[in-house]
Design a protein around this ligand. Structure first.
Ligand SMILES: CC[C@H](C(=O)O)C(=O)SCCNC(=O)CCNC(=O)[C@H](O)C(C)(C)COP(=O)(O)OP(=O)(O)OC[C@H]1O[C@@H](n2cnc3c(N)ncnc32)[C@H](O)[C@@H]1OP(=O)(O)O
Ligand SMILES: [Co+2]
Length: 132
């Protein structure tokens, strides 16, 4: 398991891409929309991990709700795993709660699931597996 990315909720990718490019001294390597989640993402490679900026594409998006309630900021941490089904089974067995136990297509060629923050110390945790 490794830290695959840190998800950061932002109001405007245009503004935040400019800020993070200055902050990190590099440009993003992609922007990608994930309609199901109501987000557009923007990725920065940082060694083994990434920064994922997320802008809501509609008011129902989890990102829109998060920003409405808490403002911009760190939204989730994503762990990269080799076998997402095995990790789901392992963590379920340990009593962790999943928002959905069915891996779905995420951004950046991944399969993803999310654990509910109430079972992970108040942190929204995402598991990601590289799609073949
Ligand atoms: C998949 C594409 C991309 C990728 O990496 O490939 C992404 O990462 S997409 C990221 C956006 N998608 C998601 O976040 C999907 C999972 N999230 C959800 O299903 C919801 O956001 C959920 C269930 C975490 C919260 O939704 P809900 O409608 O229940 O919102 P509430 O405001 O009522 O929150 C309930 C409860 O959870 C706390 N909460 C909400 N969001 C977070 C968060 N990001 N981190 C920590 N805690 C969070 C919120 O404060 C409420 O707690 P309470 O104590 O009741 O106030
Ligand atoms: Co993510």
């Amino acid at each position: 398991m490794k830290i695959e990315h840190l998800g950061i909720a932002v109001k405007s990718l245009e503004k935040s891409d400019e800020l993070f490019a200055r902050l990190l001294g590099k440009e993003n390597y992609k922007q990608e929309a994930v309609e199901r989640e109501g987000v557009t993402t923007s990725f920065y490679a940082l060694g083994e991990s990434k920064i994922e900026l997320l802008e809501a594409t509609n008011p129902e998006s989890p990102i829109a709700k998060f920003i409405e309630k808490r403002g911009e900021g760190i939204h989730h941490i994503a762990f990269g795993v080799d076998d997402i089904e095995a990790e789901i089974a392992r963590l379920k067995n340990l009593g962790f709660i999943f928002i959905s136990e069915t891996p779905k297509d995420g951004a950046d060629n991944k399969l993803v699931v999310f654990l509910h923050p109430k079972s992970t110390n108040g942190i929204l945790v995402e598991l990601c597996q590289e799609k073949g």
